[in-house]
Design a protein around this ligand. Structure first.
Ligand code: GLN
Ligand code: ZN
Length: 567
């Protein structure tokens, strides 16, 4: 099997013809080799001809992500080519709907005969947790929800069952498995824990007004300038401070019930207090509370929102050797209680400077979870957006003047085909705007994005209308800023001035150099000074040294500008 998901992208003519060249060569040199080409995550669409004309034995297609392609593929298939039907979702955690899969399989059998059909998961099972049987704690994953799920091991079993069902081979009492599957899916449709009429109605009632701040940025800016009274080149950080072994240790002890929640919170309060005082001491302008209470920027919110469930062992690879345990969104999402207000209020009570409220945005929460498959993703995203909106309004009520909503995953949600980009970007931006538009003009909304290229989505980013955006920028030596400069991005920007992935301490001069470079393309009064991203993976020693350099660099630039005006 050769994996060629490239075949579901928008291809140029020369790329298409390369497929012929390469596969013809492989075919000539290894005439006895039986090759399967696997495509997934999208449909072949205009690359169908290229795929079916390759000298291969079998072609795998993704029927979960793009069921629309089945008819066309069946009609186009050359007489001997075998088709592998990816009917079981390899990218999500839900039990397969046998009734629906059988419709696809039977259609294919009727058209080309069962000898030329293989069954498979839609894609590699790398993206799926291993084994649902390992989830034995019914308090963590309640049986009602567990019965709706299938992880890698269960997905393989589903494929075998589908085979016998499709062949009408009643081996091992297979029809009872179909009946069981039907009743499980019916139970999901009428479950009392999934649906919440109130939130559905709230979604229906969203108006244009709910997606807009009271006034345009130009007017908000004046009000914020007057009320916040920040210096030129205001300094800030992206949110998290080092998650030290000590913090992790306390969290583990709480989980094992070796300490009480009060003891744990008292410890976190001490850490927060130290962080606030230290930021004051070195002269940062807009402070953060440090996010010590958060295990993960999505999990922390999922744990407090309704509609989410967690597992004990459902780890999947994120990148390299890193793994994550994404929450599962099984039902309508809503907020029953404030999630971050107490921590923000506590941190703000310790200082006269502004402490930023810190939230994860609706698109990132969606993107980094396993999402329910019984309604469109955008609908789930809007529910999360409303929950975040309520949280932002509560933060404002609690006296928080600056609130940051992180959206690092906006770009990674982009569909694979260009033609589908606008639709996604439209609802992603709308979700952000719904979340952030419930506050007064004076309340300053920040957003943060990292690992991103901005050129081709800059107008959508501008459309988010955050008062300030902080971005990862140092590794590209400020080149990512060009997108904002060319677009004449009107709102404020904090291009990251040092790389938080490296333990290296940036020198004051190099930060000044980067800021001077930024100042050449973005007016100085629009610029903020901050690191590329949160500092949770760094240790305190590096963090302290680096931030001192950053604050001093900003001060030196301020001085230079003041002097140039005066002299
Ligand atoms: N506020 C988060 C933090 O500082 C942002 C993390 C991210 O962008 N990935 O950790
Ligand atoms: Zn980041």
């Amino acid at each position: 099997q050769l994996d060629e998901p490239f075949l579901v992208l928008d291809l140029k003519e020369n790329e298409k013809s390369l497929f012929h060249t390469v596969y013809t060569k492989i075919g000539k040199e290894c005439p006895k080799l039986k090759i399967i080409v696997a495509t997934y995550f999208e449909g072949l669409r205009d690359n169908l001809q290229t795929a079916v004309s390759l000298p291969i034995v079998a072609l795998h297609i993704d029927i979960v992500r793009y069921p629309e392609q089945l008819d066309e593929v069946l009609n186009t298939l050359p007489p001997k080519l075998i088709i592998s039907l990816g009917v079981v979702d390899g990218r999500n955690v839900w039990k397969n709907d046998f009734t629906q899969s059988l419709q696809f399989i039977v259609k294919a059998i009727n058209k080309i005969g069962s000898e030329r059909i293989m069954l498979a998961p839609s894609c590699s099972l790398l993206h799926s947790p291993c084994d649902l049987d390992l989830e034995t704690n019914e308090k963590v994953l309640i049986p009602e929800i567990k019965q709706w799920l299938a992880f890698a091991k269960q997905k393989i079993a589903e494929i075998v069952v589908l085979k016998y069902l499709a062949l009408k081979d009643n081996m091992g009492n297979i029809t009872s498995k179909l009946n069981e599957n039907i009743s499980i899916h019916n139970s999901r449709k009428i479950s009392k824990i999934i649906y919440n009429e109130e939130i559905k109605q709230r979604l229906d009632e969203i108006t244009e007004k709910d997606t807009k701040r009271e006034n345009i940025f130009y007017d908000r800016r004046k009000k914020q300038y007057r009320s916040l009274n920040l210096p030129l080149f205001p300094t800030t950080t992206i949110g998290s401070f080092p998650q030290t072994p000590e913090i992790r240790n306390w969290r583990a002890k709480l989980k094992k019930e070796e300490i009480t929640k009060t003891e744990y919170n008292d410890f976190l309060k001490k850490e927060t207090k130290k962080a606030i005082h230290w930021q004051e001491e070195i002269g940062i302008d807009v402070l953060v509370h440090g996010e010590f209470e958060r295990n993960d920027m999505v999990e922390y919110f999922g744990e407090q929102l309704e509609g989410f469930v967690f597992t004990e062992n459902a780890w999947v690879q994120s990148y390299g050797s890193r793994c994550v345990k994404p929450p599962i969104i099984f039902g309508d999402v809503y907020r029953s209680n404030p999630m971050t207000v107490e921590w923000s209020k506590y941190a703000q009570s310790l200082t006269k400077k502004y402490v930023k409220g810190m939230l994860t945005g609706p698109v990132t929460i969606l993107q980094w979870s396993f999402v329910r498959n019984d309604q469109p993703r955008w609908q789930t995203c809007m529910q999360v957006a409303l929950a975040i909106r309520d949280e932002i309004i509560d933060l404002e009520k609690a006296g928080i003047k600056i609130i940051q909503i992180d959206e690092p995953a906006i770009r990674e949600g982009l569909p694979l085909r260009r033609i589908d980009w606008e639709n996604y970007l439209e609802w992603a931006v709308r979700a952000f705007r719904i979340a952030t538009s419930g506050v007064k003009d004076e309340t300053q909304i920040h957003t943060h994005m990292c690992y991103s290229e901005f050129n081709d989505i800059i107008h959508n980013i501008a459309d988010m209308d955050a008062d300030v955006i902080t971005i990862e920028c140092s590794r590209s030596q400020m080149e990512l800023l060009d997108a904002f400069a060319n677009f004449k991005y009107p709102n404020e920007i904090g291009p990251g001035v040092y790389d938080i992935h490296s333990p290296r301490i940036p020198s004051r001069d190099e930060i000044i150099y980067l800021l001077e470079k930024a100042k050449e393309v973005i007016p100085a009064e629009q610029l903020w000074v901050n690191p590329d991203c949160g500092l949770k993976t760094r240790d305190w020693e590096e963090t302290k040294k680096a931030l001192i350099e950053m604050v001093q660099a900003a001060k030196s630039l301020r001085k230079k500008i003041t002097e140039s005006v005066l002299l």
